[in-house]
Design a protein around this ligand. Structure first.
Ligand code: UDP
Length: 492
């Protein structure tokens, strides 16, 4: 480092793919906004640092590498994790909670990092931006005399529902399946089926309840929140989140993965998992299809559906006669990164779809943003993870909802009720679905007339709002650029 930077911003993401990449995108956005006058350091465990390195090397040109990476020592076995497991990938869902608990062990090495920076630079960093799940950072920041900003990688609506339900467990206080969630209007109702079963069953004594409420409570004491969303698309969610937190909330989104970073990750995944598909192959396949005719199916980076659901989905797809790209993994209960067995699909399914060119099965990991941005893609059957939602809407692609975990059930509700860009197929990995359900929903969303057309138009409007939020027209800056300016003023 030859030029002296004006201050230091330290970031610490939760250790999951859907968090690391938005943190990197946020770091990049801060650098763009501030003309790289600040040093930015992202701290994480060694394997996650490797992950970030490979993403950065494909994203930044040589004269633009000003993101520093700091390794925090991590002992996975201490929390009952297998060796070399440092993030949620490759872990069965039942073990994911261990990563959350293990993340609290980063407190000591992270404090040392902040102390070292303070010593070397003569003053503490300008601020620490920490993941909403790493609430303990608030204490570190207070002790070491710096500000703490919480970054929620979810949308405003989903964040509010998630933090409020974990903090208040409203479903435990009623016999009804429907309940009010503090922070939302009085007449607003959520349904128990919109929650993940760990939360449905949480009673304060289980390992999930022992982690989330205290960490969320700490994050609510930070100096402000950054949200990966856009003012105009989440007016309702932002208004209520701000009221609930009583803190500034900067919506700086959409923070989309730079597609070159995804390319890097995709090739890495291909190598690591000995599967996936070449980007070129996917694009060539899509090039041959009609405009908006292809359904893209994927359940994010760490979820899969049950064996019986997979069978029904495949049958429904075949009978729907629509073309599709399906990122497919072994069903729930099996090693998600293991060998795929033909018996999980209807007899001859893979061959029939290949020969008829009706479907492309991509094993484990696909080039999602590239697929979504292709003109042939007409709809996305998604688990409604927030990154997937943003990526889809940024390309004007309506969504068939199938939420599986985390805050996805709340996102799915918002997509249907607030945004009008989605129909829900089903919820959770436990539900029973039939091929008729699949056919019916695909029919509605991919219809070029009627409701399907309406959803498409709404998704296109949202895509426009997203673009406008991040551009400058003459003197007028988009809302996300203004939010970023305001955030920077606040930390100075
Ligand atoms: N993703 C991808 N290819 C896949 C599956 C996922 O590129 O086959 C990317 C996707 O584009 C998104 C992220 O992984 O950026 C998934 O994040 P999301 O918030 O949607 O879900 P999560 O994985 O956190 O459940």
């Amino acid at each position: 480092e030859t030029t002296k930077k004006k201050g230091h911003i330290v970031m610490i993401p939760f250790m999951a793919h859907g968090h690391l990449i938005p943190f990197l995108a946020l770091a990049r956005k801060i650098q763009q906004t501030t003309n790289t006058i600040y040093t930015i350091t992202i701290a994480s465990t060694p394997l996650n640092i490797q992950h970030l390195k490979s993403a950065i090397s494909t994203t930044f040109s040589n004269n633009d590498i000003s993101i520093h990476l700091a390794e925090l020592p991590f002992n996975s076995s201490q929390y009952g994790l297998p060796p070399n497991i440092e993030n949620t990938e490759k872990l069965p869902l039942t073990d994911i909670i261990k990563i959350f608990h293990a993340s609290t062990s980063l407190q000591a090495p992270f404090s040392s990092l902040i102390s070292n920076i303070t010593e070397q630079e003569g003053h503490p960093p300008l601020c620490i931006i920490s993941d909403v799940f790493l609430g303990w950072v608030t204490n570190v920041a207070k002790c070491l005399g710096t500000k703490n900003i919480t970054f929620t990688t979810c949308g405003a609506y989903g964040t509010l529902a998630y933090i409020s339900i974990w903090s208040n467990l409203p479903h435990r206080k009623t016999d009804s399946d429907e309940f009010w969630v503090e922070g939302f209007p009085q007449n607003y109702r959520f349904h128990i089926s919109q929650m993940h079963r760990y939360l449905r069953q949480a009673d304060g004594s289980d390992s999930w309840s022992k982690f989330f409420p205290p960490q969320i409570a700490l994050s609510m004491k930070s100096d402000g929140w950054i949200c990966n969303t856009v003012e105009k698309i989440e007016t309702f969610g932002l208004q209520h989140l701000r009221k609930y937190l009583e803190l500034p909330v900067w919506s700086v989104g959409p923070l989309l993965p730079p597609s070159s970073a995804l390319k890097g990750l995709n090739s890495k995944y291909r190598a690591g998992k000995e599967s996936g598909i070449a980007l070129e192959e996917c694009i060539e396949w899509l090039d041959l299809k009609d405009e908006k005719s292809v359904l893209y199916i994927s359940f994010g980076s760490q979820n899969t559906i049950s064996a019986s659901q997979m069978m029904a989905l495949a049958e429904g797809l075949e009978e729907s006669e629509k073309t599709f790209i399906w990122v497919i993994r072994p069903p729930f209960g099996f090693d998600m990164n293991g060998e795929f067995k033909e018996e999980w699909l209807p007899k001859g399914f893979e061959e029939r779809t290949r020969l008829s060119k009706r479907g492309l099965l991509v094993h484990k990991w696909g080039p999602q943003l590239e697929i979504l941005s292709h003109k042939s893609t007409g709809a996305f059957l998604s688990h409604c993870g927030w990154n997937s939602v943003l990526e889809s809407l940024s390309q004007g692609v309506p969504i068939i909802g199938w939420p599986l975990a985390a805050e996805q059930g709340y996102n799915a509700k918002m997509l249907v009720e607030e945004m009008g860009v989605s129909v829900e197929l089903t919820r959770t990995v436990e539900s029973v679905i039939s091929k008729e359900d699949v056919k019916r929903v695909i029919g509605i969303v991919m219809d070029q007339e009627g409701k399907g057309k309406e959803m498409k138009e709404k998704a296109n409007e949202i895509a426009v709002h997203m673009r406008e939020a991040t551009i400058e027209r003459g003197e007028e800056k988009g809302s996300s650029l203004r939010a970023m300016d305001d955030f920077v003023r606040t930390i100075l």
